[in-house]
Structure formats: C-alpha cells, structure tokens
Design a protein around this ligand. Structure first.
Ligand SMILES: Cc1ncc(COP(=O)(O)O)c(C=O)c1O
Length: 410
C-alpha cells in the first residue's frame, strides 16, 4: 500500500497538518464523507418502519452495514453485530445488561491498563450489585502481567474486561491466554477493541472473546457509532440495555384489576439490542470506512504502521533524555514517550503545544487511562504519537525534528 496515494482520498491533508493523533480519532476519506452526504441528499428516512421506496432502501443499507462490519472482523454474519454510540456507550450498555447476573460475593476483573471507559462501567455495576472489582497489574513495560492475572482469577470471577491494545503504550494483550483463564472458571470475557479493530486483521470468533467492542470514528468512520460483536447465543440471552421503539414484535397494554399489565415480545438479535432510531448516517459512513479498510487490507496497514513506529522509536531514542514508554520493537500503531530534562521530565502538554506550533497534532497527558500512566511512573502524563495508514516517514521526521528542537531550545 502506498500512503501517498491513500492521502489523496483525505481532504484534510490539503491543510498541511501532520496528524499523529489517530488513537483519539482518525481522519475521514472522501468516500465516507460523500456517502453520508449522499444519504442525506437522496434517501434519508427511518429504518425498519416505512414501506415506501426510500425507507426500504435505507433499511437495506442499514442491514448491509451489519453484514459488512461482520465481514471486516470475520464474524459469522450480521446477526452478531450490534450498533451503538461507540465503545464507551456500548461498554456501559453491556455492563447494564450483565449487571442483573451479578450478586454479592461475585468478582469482576479488569486490568490496570484499561481506558477509563473500560473501568468505570464495571466499577459502577460492581458497587451497585455489591460485587468486588479486582484489578490486575502490568509489567514495567506496560504489558499485561499474566501471572498476576492467573493468581486473581477464581470461581468467584464472573466477568473479565480487558483491552485488546493499550491506548497508551500500544501493547497487545495475549487474548488467548486471558480467554483460557476466563473460560476455565466460566467467566465472560469482554474485550475493548477500540485500539485494535482499526489496525489489526481480526477473526473475532477465534480470539476467545465473548463480546468485542470498538468505535467507528477511530477507523475512518463517523463519530457516534460503534460496534459490539457478541457470541450469538450470548446476544440472544442478553437483557436489552434500553427498551422502547424498534425492538418490539408486539406490546399489549391490558388494563387489569387496579393496574396495567404489559405483554412484550422482542425482535430477534441484533435489532432487540438497538432500541430507538439508530445512527443511520453513521452506519452508512461506517460501511464505506469498512470497505475502504478491506480494500487496502488490515495486514498492509499493520505492517505500514509497524514500520513507522519502529522508525520513530529508533530516531526518538537518539535524542538525549527521551524515554519510550511501553514495549519496544513490537508491531504497533502508536508510541508514547517522555523527555527527561535537567530539572525532571518536560511537561508533556508543553511539548504538545510546541508541536502544535509546527502544525503537528499529538496527544499529551493521561490519555483517559490515568491508573496505567501513574502505575508506569509518569504522573504528569506522556506524549503519544499515533499513526494510521495515511501517515508517512516524513511525518515521523517532522515529529522527531520538532522534539529535537524543543529539547535543544528548552
Ligand atoms: C482503549 C480505548 N477504549 C475505549 C475508548 C473510548 O472510545 P470512544 O470515545 O469512542 O467511546 C478509547 C478511546 O480513546 C480507547 O482508546
């Protein structure tokens, strides 16, 4: 794949920005922008309701979106794909649905490497159900400490929620081992794939997860839409996190003696898990994004990003005081670092501000994963440069040269 050709599809690059904040959100190609605009101009209508021509067209596009997302992650079919607002929203919804299965004495296990979105929903339901939240550790390089995890998983463990790829270090979780630990004790394994699905070729059924969640906006799609894959039998048993229109086969209100009795039967999955009018334009845009990624090939994207990160690692390591945070020389799409100056670490926000003055966009701080960043010893945070298919070696060079100037001048 040729990143220079890819860039021609992304109008934002005509502004000259060096965009290295892809872990926060990705840029969008014209194909996605135009598909959404075309939807509004030509066939905007609701789904699963009207019987007129454009309503049927919209319903077909929406159902197709489920099938195309299924093929992107090699799910069995579109029935295993549930759309929601994004990773955060879907993790909250899942926690809400699963909470009824929890009781006093049960345990939910997360790792210290989680994004806040994969901590707080579990902490909240644990508290509400008087269950225990158990947190497992990482090694010094930010990778999951499997021994610690193994020592904390037991017959009380009901849910394990882990990230596939850390949004701070890019470290990948060995899901097969984690899945073995979870399933040995009959726990459910929920995987936060927000930083993996955009970058790694997935065969979701083979990962050993029971549920796998990710966001559209980090993978060339629009914001406000995300995907939850679930094992079909588990989705069928899942309590709808929200109830209302769009998920009902029949509702009958029966005035009884003194009260109204409700008789409800739900639609099949996935529709029973998507109450209300969904994000249709989001699904249309995400379809184009998934097609775009499949056309380029996730293996090619991963290889390209791996090359850029290794180059960045090597060049940054040549600057005095730079310390790379996270595992070294592994295939990943991002690199976090701090810089030691004469009087301690340079403030990451000051570095990001300096980079911004050169039109280079990076993220600085805790990256919504404060427990991990503090566990690794960087209470002020880090600078994170995160790459995607349209980044080039020139972007790496711009970053490195700006950091060199910052340190030289600072
Ligand atoms: C690992 C991880 N999990 C969850 C999220 C939350 O995603 P969203 O903001 O799209 O809901 C992010 C986003 O930064 C992330 O990196």
């Amino acid at each position: 794949m040729d990143p220079y050709t890819v860039r021609e599809d992304f109008p934002i690059f005509s502004t000259g920005i060096v965009y290295l904040d892809n872990a926060a959100t990705s840029q969008k190609p014209s194909q996605v922008i135009e598909a959404i605009s075309e939807y509004y101009r030509r066939f905007n209508s609701n789904v699963h309701r009207g019987t007129y021509r454009i309503a049927l067209e919209t319903t077909e596009a929406y159902e197709d979106a489920h099938r195309i997302l299924a093929s992107l992650i090699r799910a069995r079919n579109g029935d295993e794909i549930v759309f929601g607002g994004g990773t955060t929203s879907l993790l909250n919804a899942l926690a809400r649905s699963l909470s009824i299965q929890l009781g006093e004495g049960d345990e939910l296990l997360i790792t210290i490497a989680e994004h806040h979105s994969n901590i707080l929903p579990w902490a909240r339901i644990a508290k509400r159900r008087k269950a225990q939240l158990v947190v497992t550790d990482v090694r010094e390089d930010g990778t999951i400490d499997l021994e610690d995890m193994e020592s904390k998983v037991d017959s009380r463990t009901r849910i394990m929620a882990v990230t596939h790829v850390s949004n701070v270090t890019g470290a990948e979780t060995p899901l097969r081992e984690v899945s073995r630990l979870a399933h040995e004790v009959g726990a459910l394994l929920i995987v936060d794939g927000a930083q993996a699905a955009p970058h790694i070729p997935l065969d979701v059924g083979g990962l050993g997860a029971d549920f796998y969640v990710f966001s559209g906006h980090k993978m060339l799609g629009p914001s406000g839409i995300g995907v939850m894959w679930g094992r079909h039998d588990l989705l069928e048993d899942l309590e709808p996190p929200e109830v209302g229109g769009g998920i009902i086969r029949s509702v009958k209100l029966r005035p009884d003696v003194g009260e109204l009795k409700l008789n409800v039967s739900y639609l099949d999955v996935p529709w029973r898990l998507e109450a209300g009018t969904p994000n249709i334009e989001g699904a249309v845009g995400l379809t184009e994004a998934a097609k775009y990624l499949m056309r380029i090939g996730l293996e090619n994207i991963r290889e390209h990003e791996g090359r850029l990160v290794r180059a960045a690692e090597e060049k940054l390591a040549g600057i005095r005081g730079v310390k790379i945070v996270g595992p070294r020389r592994t295939d990943r799409s991002m690199i976090s670092f701090v810089v030691q100056g004469k009087h301690g670490y340079y403030n990451p926000h000051a570095m990001a501000g300096f980079l911004s003055s050169r039109n280079i966009a990076v993220r600085s701080g805790h990256h919504c994963a404060q427990p991990l960043v503090e566990r690794l010893g960087f209470s002020q945070g880090t600078v994170r440069a995160s790459f995607y298919l349209y980044n080039t070696i020139e972007d790496v060079e711009a970053l490195v040269s700006a950091i060199r100037d910052f340190v030289g001048g600072g």
